[in-house]
Design a protein around this ligand. Structure first.
Ligand code: KG4
Ligand code: ZN
Length: 365
């Protein structure tokens, strides 16, 4: 049995301030001793998106408290911690800097090694923590800021098979909700309306399905929705209840079809590598959508691949995933110094081209 490692993780790249303590070993097995997430939704509510300056200030105020809570809940002191892992990017730069500075302070004060973690690697490695996923596996990361297929071969070995060329699916759900006067976040409200709607009444485009490969596009759907909404509203005084439900169902069906078909293509590329225990994992807030999950599960079943969706609290931004990535990277020998820098952009796969555009939650990696 190898010696166990106890790692403190910090996350502050977007609008969640988080700290967690994990205990694990060099084989990648780990248990969560504590995970604390402090959201900022109410601070940004009036602005229709995350305001970077407000986010950074809130992170700077909340980080110490989250760390204290995470240590207390884990029933450990800094003396029992082996290393501090921190998100060093990509994300909103002020928030990432707050986390990196806090981690440096703790590391310097307690004489601990520092491990800088890529936020996307945190998401991508989560199925190892939750399901003991064996390398290699395919990860579909779908949230308000991210949308990409990653072939995960190791803690530092990722190949991006494709991703969105514009909006992330969560952004598309949020914009749809805004256009239909539904509450934010848009995903759950659009999904609830879609349950009562007819997905076939309004026909939305399936962007990029006619193009080869695994890239996706969701911004055109929003334009189509706006036009169809206006047409539906024109003969009446406003949007009728059933029209709204049918619009939501039609929109969601388009997203489901695009994700399912692109997943089929990504799985074909992945399976060509003959992985030992083939698995598709989905992560990010959009993974909460039951229609999307069901479609991904069906595609996986058809292609003989296991399917997993980690529990939502570990799919959305959290520090347990950063501490976990920290365990794997520390075990590989990664140590960062006081010169660790915060990076707004940090693609996981250096060989693949940079993503276009910047989402409402900051630059996409
Ligand atoms: O991962 P997350 O909590 O934050 C980041 O974007 O980093 O994802 C939030 C996104 C929001 O855009 C939200 O509308 C979407 O996930 N979402 C959903 C559902 N629940 C949350 N989208 C579709 N269906 C849902 N049930
Ligand atoms: Zn994230």
């Amino acid at each position: 049995m190898t010696r166990s490692l106890t790692i403190l993780g910090l996350e502050s790249s977007c609008d969640d301030t988080a700290a967690a303590v994990l205990r694990g070993d060099a084989q990648g097995r780990a248990e969560i001793l504590s995970t604390v997430v402090s959201g900022q939704t109410e601070l940004h509510a009036a602005f229709g998106g995350v305001v970077p300056e407000i986010a950074a200030r809130a992170h700077a105020e909340k980080l110490d408290l989250c760390v204290k809570q995470a240590l207390t809940q884990a029933n450990v002191t800094l003396k029992e911690i082996d290393a501090v892992a921190v998100t060093a990017g990509p994300g909103l730069i002020g928030g990432v800097m707050s986390g990196v500075m806090c981690a440096k302070g703790i590391a310097a004060g307690a004489g601990l090694p520092l491990v800088g973690v890529n936020h996307l690697a945190g998401h991508a490695l989560t199925p190892r923590l939750t399901d003991g996923a064996a390398y290699s596996y395919l990860m579909l990361l779908v949230s308000g800021g991210h949308c990409q297929f990653l072939l995960v071969r190791g803690p530092q070995d990722f190949t991006r098979l494709g991703g969105t060329i514009d909006d992330a699916p969560g952004e598309a759900f949020d914009k749809t909700a805004r256009l239909l006067a539904l509450p934010q976040p848009g995903g759950p409200s659009v999904e609830a309306e879609a349950l009562e709607g007819d997905p076939k009444r309004f026909r939305f485009p399936r962007p990029l399905l006619d193009r080869e490969g695994c890239d996706m596009s969701f911004s055109g759907l929003k334009t189509a929705l706006l036009r169809t909404r206006d047409e539906a509203m024109a003969p009446f005084d406003g949007l009728r209840k059933q029209d709204r439900r049918d619009l939501c169902a039609g929109f969601q069906a388009a997203v489901v079809d695009v994700l399912a078909e692109k997943t089929r293509r990504a799985l074909t590329l992945y399976l060509a590598e003959t992985p030992a225990r083939p698995m598709l994992a989905v992560a990010g807030g959009v993974a909460a959508n039951k229609a999307i999950r069901a479609a991904l599960e069906t595609v996986s079943g058809e292609m003989g691949v296991a399917f997993t969706a980690p529990p939502l609290r570990l799919c959305t931004d959290n520090a347990a995933m950063i501490a976990y990535a920290g365990i794997e990277l520390y075990s590989l020998g990664q140590r960062d110094g006081m010169d660790l820098t915060a990076r707004p952009r940090w693609p996981l796969d250096k060989a693949s081209p940079a993503m276009l555009g910047g989402g409402k939650k900051g630059a996409k990696a």
